[in-house]
Design a protein around this ligand. Sequence first.
Ligand code: NAP
Length: 465
Amino acid sequence: MEYRQSMPSSLTEAVLAGADPAELAALPVPDHYRACVIHASDYDRVQHLPLEARDPGATVHLTEVPMPELAPDEVLVAVMASSINYTTVWSALFWPVPTFQFLARLGRSPRSFDARHNVPYHVIGSDASGVVVRCGPAVRRWQVGDRVVVHCNVVDDEDPWSHADSMLSSDQRIWGYETNFGGLAEFTIVRANQLLPKPAHLSWEEAAVNPLANATAYRMLVSPNGAQMRQGQVVLVWGATGGIGSYGVQYVLNGGGIPVGVVSSSRKAALLREMGCEFVIDRSERDYRFWRDDGAPDESEWRRFGRDIRDLVGEDPDIVFEHPGHATMGASVYVAKRGGTIVTCAATSGHWITYDNRHLWMKLKTIKGSHVANYREAWEANRLIERGRIQPALSTTYPLDAIAEAVRTVRANLHEGKVGVLCLAPDVGLGIEDPAKRASIGEAAITRFARFGSSSAAVNGEARA
Ligand code: NAP
């Protein structure tokens, strides 16, 4: 591909003007673009700091980066909006490992085009909505001009292990975390098998926040690869108004399950009830101390938590939607019903887990690991968004140049649902192609989380009282 110097790019302007595919294809691709990056050199500065002292807002930078070359099976997407995922926070914290380790490993691969990822800056971000502006010659199902959202799972479809379930591929990676050229930028490079159609009734930012969190919750709860919840089952959801939890609660309700949502404020409890979750536990009000000051787990607190759930619902959870990790896993294993499943995808509070194994084996419980979703699962999850059965959990949207504040907000757990970021989109509310469908799904349902938007620096935020 030949790139010519042009900033601001006329291609960018054409995308914003909704130009037709022929016009987009005829315009030159800019040779640089604005992107949120972390720098390898910052690791030297922060690596000796304890995690609590690290500031993700100080290590994420908005800068211009060179346009990478496009591989034959890739597309170039002009990114309208993206989101903050916890992977973004981990990247900026250089924790638990600096993501440059992933880029270096990828760079050592003998496969063509992998070496380009190994540079001393990492364009981060694992969600995007936007417009396809170039397709590599091996791309068959997508065209310039397609409006898309991006699934974060990167797999090599020549790997035989990727075919029953691509999450089993030894080569599986998260785009914008374990690969470079991610979504918090004006342009991104993704494999064609990461693309999903953009739901036409949503704005750019409403569409951008869903793919990663929505697909993760779908696999954990709905897919045969996860807990495969049945109707009537009780599901305990930690962080029930957080990024993945807000989709988890929706899947439980959609599937005829009974969610028990755990949150940490009365404000989040109110949002959860408005979502239709009848059984709510405010963990800050109940002040559970699962860990004693001497670092030992306190089983009497697990029992108090279990009693609270039984008092609310009348029975123990069939499934626990687990992700806080160290802080909660012991309690999660304890409170799950005999024969129940603890499905886990993360460990936000720490990776080292303590639980009493007697409660697992003697009560025949299962701990099930889950990680993002394969393409089929992501497609099904996106279809449910398209059909208005799952709503975006977008609460707050920041402009790209407020990336530091956006990342700090998520790290400090000051947000609800998902935090969006405008990349090329100049304002919120743009990109809705099907207002009739939007009206039939209902503005109130689509914008439920936005009414709880929490940052005054955000584009659509209300200051917290
Ligand atoms: P998020 O938006 O910050 O939500 C996490 C929620 O967890 C918070 O809202 C908080 O809710 C709750 N929480 C945090 N610390 C807790 C603690 N110590 N005890 C109990 N609850 C706690 O983050 P997210 O986007 O949902 O991601 C959550 C985790 O999943 C992250 O570690 C992320 O990296 C991981 N993740 C993994 C995958 C995967 O495929 N493996 C995919 C997506 C995300 P309250 O304060 O209201 O209780």
